[in-house]
Design a protein around this ligand. Structure first.
Ligand code: KIV
Ligand code: NA
Length: 265
C-alpha cells in the first residue's frame, strides 16, 4: 500500500469518510499506529511535554524535534507524517517559516508541517505552500500562545465565533490542506467543517469534524493525573507497564530472573 497523501485526505472528506490522527515521537509507536489504521501521524511539539518533560510546548526546538520526526517518517510507509513547527521557528518572517519547513522536509523526511494561528499566519501558510510544502493549520486554542490566550480555554464561544470562522476561512484561502481545531464548541466546529473543502481535525471540538487527533500518551493512558475533558483513555498503559517493571524488579532481587533457559553454559 502506498503512502497516504494530502489529496487522499481531502478526497476522503469529499466522500464523507472520516480519518484518524495520533501523535507519535518514535519508531515503535509510529509503526504500530499505522498498522492499526491511523491515517496521519503528528510529530507534535507536544513532545515538549510528553518526551522532554517540559510544562508547556514552548521550550522544544527544531533541533530536538527533527530527530523524532525522522524516526517516525523512517518507521512508516503508509501514514502521512506531519511535523509541528516549534514555537519561535516561524513567527519572525515568511522566510524564517519557509526555512524551518524546508529543514523538516529535508532532514526529517516528513510530508507536511503544522503551525499555529489563524488569519495572522495566512502569509506564512501561503509562503510555505508556495515552496511546495503542505501545511496543516491549527486554530482555536493554540498551546504556543497560551500566555496570550490566558490559559487553556475553549475558543470561539459567543461573539468570538466570528473571529474563529474568519481564521478558518483565512487559513483555507492561504492554502492549508487541513485545519486542526482545538477546544472549539461542537456547533462552531461543525459549521467550519461544513463550510471548508479541506478536512478539519478536531481535538476537543466535538464529533462533527472530518478527523480527530489525540496525544497518544493521553489516549493510551500512559500519562496519569488530570487530563483535559476531551481526552478518552482507551487503555491503561501506565498500569500495564508498572506491573511489568515491578515484577522484573522482584524477580531480579529474588534471583528468579534470569532463568537457566535464558542463561548460557
Ligand atoms: O502537538 C500536538 O500534540 C498537537 C495536537 C494534539 C493537535 O498539536
Ligand atoms: Na502542537
Amino acid at each position: 500500500p502506498r503512502r497516504i497523501r494530502t489529496l487522499d485526505l481531502i478526497k476522503a472528506k469529499a466522500e464523507g469518510r472520516r480519518w484518524a490522527m495520533l501523535t507519535s515521537y518514535d519508531q515503535y509507536t509510529a509503526a504500530l499506529f499505522e498498522q492499526a489504521g491511523v491515517e496521519a501521524l503528528l510529530v507534535g511539539d507536544s513532545a515538549a511535554n510528553n518526551v522532554f518533560g517540559h510544562a508547556t510546548t514552548l521550550p522544544v526546538t527544531v533541533d530536538e524535534l527533527i530527530p523524532l520526526a525522522r524516526a517516525v517518517a523512517s518507521a512508516t510507509n503508509r501514514a502521512l507524517i506531519v511535523a509541528d513547527l516549534p514555537f519561535g521557528s516561524y513567527e519572525i518572517s515568511d522566510e524564517q517559516a519557509v526555512a524551518t519547513a524546508v529543514r523538516f522536509m529535508k532532514e526529517a523526511g516528513v510530508h507536511a508541517v503544522k503551525l499555529e494561528g489563524g488569519a495572522r499566519m495566512a502569509s506564512r501558510i501561503r509562503a510555505i505552500t508556495n515552496a511546495g510544502i503542505p501545511v496543516m493549520a491549527h486554530i482555536g486554542f493554540t498551546p504556543q500562545a497560551e500566555h496570550n490566550l490566558g490559559g487553556y480555554k475553549v475558543q470561539g464561544r459567543g461573539e468570538a465565533g466570528t473571529a474563529l470562522l474568519d481564521d478558518a476561512r483565512a487559513v483555507a484561502a492561504a492554502g492549508a490542506f487541513s485545519v486542526v481545531m482545538e477546544m472549539v464548541p461542537t456547533g462552531l466546529a461543525g459549521q467550519v467543517t461544513a463550510e471548508l473543502k479541506v478536512p478539519t481535525v478536531g481535538i476537543g471540538a466535538g464529533a462533527e469534524t472530518d478527523a480527530q487527533v489525540l496525544v497518544w500518551q493521553d489516549m493510551a493512558g500512559l500519562r496519569t493525573g488530570r487530563a483535559p475533558r476531551f481526552v478518552k483513555r482507551y487503555a491503561d498503559l501506565h498500569s500495564v507497564l508498572t506491573e511489568a517493571v515491578e515484577t522484573y524488579v522482584d524477580e531480579v532481587k529474588s534471583g528468579v530472573f534470569p532463568e537457566p533457559e535464558r542463561s548460557f553454559d
